[in-house]
Design a protein around this ligand. Structure first.
Ligand code: AMP
Length: 214
């Protein structure tokens, strides 16, 4: 099964994907996480991606499409996609690649959250640079102040979670990513809209219920 989670930055895509893979036998593929690990590894792709990520821009399609299509293939076409596709050409190239393998996207889940909520939420988001765990200082704080529950490292604010960059990322989302919503609404994939302003547990329950019907 192939599921896509779409929504603005800070909608909770990563948090929800981590919960969903506990309940459904699918691999979580996050393009943002792959870029962050390329950046940490100081690879050529990582250095190129960083120049765009730091400014709140999208990484150019030609650096993303091949990387993600091979990740989907490696996951045996059984995955939850988080942060990809983010542009119409990415969505179209993914459709073509899946079509060649006689497979298709089963469901697209939109986590709908307004801009104001995003800005508020992201200002309190913290991440673990070592294991990638994500926290929210109010709704999902770590047990010990400033320390990752999973691996004991110091948690930090992502550079691209700073307010000016978040505003830029939101503008990019409306301009570049929202067009994929009508693309998927017109496709054969089940389109599921979820109120992303709810608490994380309520969102997970809603998604699980709807995905079980697919
Ligand atoms: P995320 O963790 O999904 O918010 O991704 C962090 C950043 O990585 C984004 O703001 C983009 O700069 C870049 N990125 C992640 N996925 C994509 C994608 N599918 N296309 C272009 N850029 C991406």
């Amino acid at each position: 099964m192939i599921v896509i989670l779409v929504g603005p930055p800070g909608a909770g895509k990563g948090t929800q994907c981590k919960k969903l893979v506990e309940q459904f036998d699918m691999k979580h593929l996050s393009s943002g996480d792959i870029f962050r690990s390329e950046i940490a590894g100081k690879t050529e792709l990582g250095q190129k991606a960083k120049q765009h990520i730091d400014k709140g821009e999208l990484v150019p399609d030609q650096l993303v499409i091949g990387m993600m299509i091979s990740a989907v293939k490696d996951a045996d076409y059984n995955c939850i996609l988080d942060g990809f596709p983010r542009t119409l050409p990415q969505a179209e190239q993914l459709d073509i690649a899946l079509d060649k393998e006689n497979t298709k996207i089963n469901a697209v889940i939109e986590l709908a959250v307004n801009d104001e909520t995003v800005v508020k939420r992201i200002s309190k988001r913290r991440v673990c640079p070592e294991c990638g765990a994500v926290y929210h200082l109010e709704t999902m704080p770590p047990k010990k102040d400033g320390i990752c529950d999973e691996c004991g490292s110091k948690i930090i604010q992502r550079d691209d979670d700073k307010r000016e960059v978040v505003l830029e990322r939101l503008e990019t989302y409306h301009k570049m990513t929202e067009p994929i919503i009508s693309h998927y609404k017109e496709s054969t994939a089940e389109y599921i809209e979820i109120d992303g302003s709810q608490q994380p547990k309520a969102i997970t329950d809603d998604i699980v219920k709807r995905l079980k019907e697919v």
